[in-house]
Design a protein around this ligand. Structure first.
Ligand code: GAF
Length: 390
C-alpha cells in the first residue's frame, strides 16, 4: 500500500485533502527484552512502513479506515475513549485516549492507513500504527508534544489498549530512526546515540518464520513479571536497585539459590544481554563485524535457553544460517515465539544466502520462508505537504 493509494482512498472516502505521514517498522540488531528492564537496545527504523492519511473533519467523531483489511470503524470523541472489540482500532484509540489524558480535547478526525509491515513478524507494525497516528494528530493539532512524549503515548496505548506490557524500544525506533544509522537507546536514562551502519559491505536480512504462537503476549507479560520479581528480591539486599540494569552478575550469583532456577536464568539473561549490547556497539565503532555477529549468536542462545522466548522455527533458521558463507551473525528478533530472525550477511553473499535459507526451511520444516532485505530509513515524518482539513 503506497502513500499515493492511501491518499486516493482518503479522497474517495472523505472528499478532501489529508496530511500524509509515513511510520516505519523496526529491526533490532541486539538487546532483546532489555528495554523494560532499564537496559540497552540497538534498533533501526526500516523500509517496511505504514502510511497514514489524516484530516480534521469538524465533527466530534473519529472515522477510521483500515485499507488493507477493507474495514472501517467510527468512535465518538465526546467522552473518554475506551478499548473496544475491533482489535486494530484499539491501537489508534489507545493513542487518542492518551492525548485526552494529557488534557488535549481531540476533535473529530478521519484516518485511512495501510502498509507493508508483515503482521506478526516482530517488526512492530503495532508501534508504527500508534506512532503514525500520534504524530499526524499532533501535527494537525499544533505540535504540543515532542517525539519522546509521542513514543510514551504509543507505549501506554500498547499497555492499556492491547494488553502488552511492552518497553519503549519499538515506538522509540519508529519515531527516532535515522537513515543509515542504528540507534543505541539507554532505556534507563533515555539517552541515545546514533551509530552509522553502512550497508555496502554488510546487509541485514530478515527471515520470517511465518509463525506466531498464541502465547506470545501472555508469555511476554510473564517474562516482565519474572524480571520484576527478581529485582524485588535483590532490592532487599541492595536498596538502590530499581531494575535489572542496576544489578551485576555477581550480585545475581550471590542470591542464585533464593531466586531459584527460573528467575535466575531470566535475570542473568537480561544482565548478560546488556553487556552484549555494550560490547556490540564497541565492535560496530571499531568496524569489527565478525565480533558483532558473535554477540548476535550469544543473544540468540540466551533468548533460547535462559529467557525461553524462542521456538523451534526460529532456532532452525539460526542454525541454517550459521554455516552459510558470508553469514556473520543471526538471532531471533523482537518479543519471540515466532516472527523473524535477523541476519548479518556480507552483501555479495545475500542472494546465495536467501536461496539456501529458503530451500533449507522447506527441507527441514516443510515451511515457506519469506525474506526481507532491510534498508534503514528515517523515523516517522510527513510525506507530502498536502493541506489538511477542510
Ligand atoms: C516487543 C516489545 F514491544 C518491545 O518493547 C521489546 O520488549 C521487544 O519485544 C523485545 O526486545 O517488540
Amino acid at each position: 500500500m503506497s502513500s499515493q493509494s492511501i491518499t486516493t482512498a482518503f479522497q474517495n472516502h472523505f472528499g478532501y485533502a489529508p496530511l500524509l505521514v509515513r511510520a516505519p517498522g523496526r529491526v533490532n540488531l541486539i538487546g532483546e527484552h532489555t528495554d523494560y528492564n532499564g537496559g540497552f537496545v540497538l534498533p533501526a527504523a526500516v523500509d517496511k512502513e505504514i502510511h497514514f492519511a489524516v484530516g480534521l473533519n469538524g465533527s466530534d467523531t473519529a472515522r477510521l479506515v483500515a485499507q488493507d483489511l477493507n474495514e472501517t470503524h467510527d468512535f465518538s470523541l465526546t467522552e473518554e475513549v475506551k478499548p473496544g472489540k475491533t482489535q486494530w482500532a484499539n491501537y489508534l484509540k489507545g493513542v487518542v485516549a492518551q492525548m485526552q489524558r494529557k488534557g488535549l480535547a481531540v476533535p473529530g478526525f478521519d484516518c485511512v492507513f495501510g502498509g507493508n509491515i508483515p503482521l506478526g513478524a516482530g517488526m512492530s507494525s503495532s508501534a508504527a500504527i500508534e506512532c503514525g497516528l500520534a504524530f499526524a494528530l499532533n501535527k494537525l493539532l499544533g505540535g504540543k508534544f515532542d517525539r519522546l512524549e509521542l513514543a510514551h503515548m504509543g507505549q501506554a496505548a500498547e499497555h492499556e489498549f492491547a494488553g502488552v506490557k511492552s518497553g519503549l524500544m519499538d515506538q522509540f525506533a519508529s519515531l527516532f530512526g535515522r537513515a543509515g544509522h542504528v540507534v543505541r537507546l539507554d532505556c534507563r536514562s533515555l539517552d541515545y546515540e546514533y551509530f552509522p551502519f553502512d550497508t555496502t559491505t554488510y546487509r541485514l536480512i530478515l527471515c520470517n518464520s511465518g509463525v506466531k504462537h498464541a502465547l506470545a503476549s501472555s508469555e511476554y507479560n510473564t517474562r516482565r513479571q519474572e524480571c520484576e520479581q527478581g529485582v524485588a528480591l535483590i532490592k532487599q539486599y541492595y536498596p538502590t536497585v530499581h531494575s535489572l540494569r542496576d544489578i551485576t552478575l555477581t550480585q545475581l550469583k550471590e542470591h542464585q539459590t533464593e531466586l531459584g532456577d527460573v528467575l535466575y536464568r531470566r535475570c542473568s539473561y537480561v544482565v548478560e544481554e546488556n553487556l552484549r549490547v555494550e560490547a556490540a556497539c564497541l565492535h560496530l565503532l571499531g568496524g569489527n563485524f565478525q565480533a558483532f555477529g558473535q554477540e548476535m549468536y550469544g543473544s540468540h542462545a540466551g533468548l533460547r535457553d535462559k529467557y525461553e522466548v524462542s521456538c523451534r522455527e526460529l532456532d532452525v533458521l539460526v542454525e541454517l544460517a550459521r554455516p552459510l558463507p558470508g553469514v556473520l551473525g543471526a538471532r531471533m528478533m523482537g518479543g519471540g515465539f515466532g516472527g523473524c530472525t535477523i541476519n548479518l550477511v556480507e552483501t555479495d553473499k545475500v542472494d546465495a544466502f536467501v536461496e539456501s535459507m529458503t530451500a533449507g526451511y522447506q527441507r527441514e520444516l516443510n515451511l515457506t520462508l519469506e525474506t526481507y532485505r532491510a534498508t534503514i530509513v528515517s523515523g516517522v515524518e510527513v510525506v507530502e505537504s498536502v493541506e489538511a482539513g477542510r
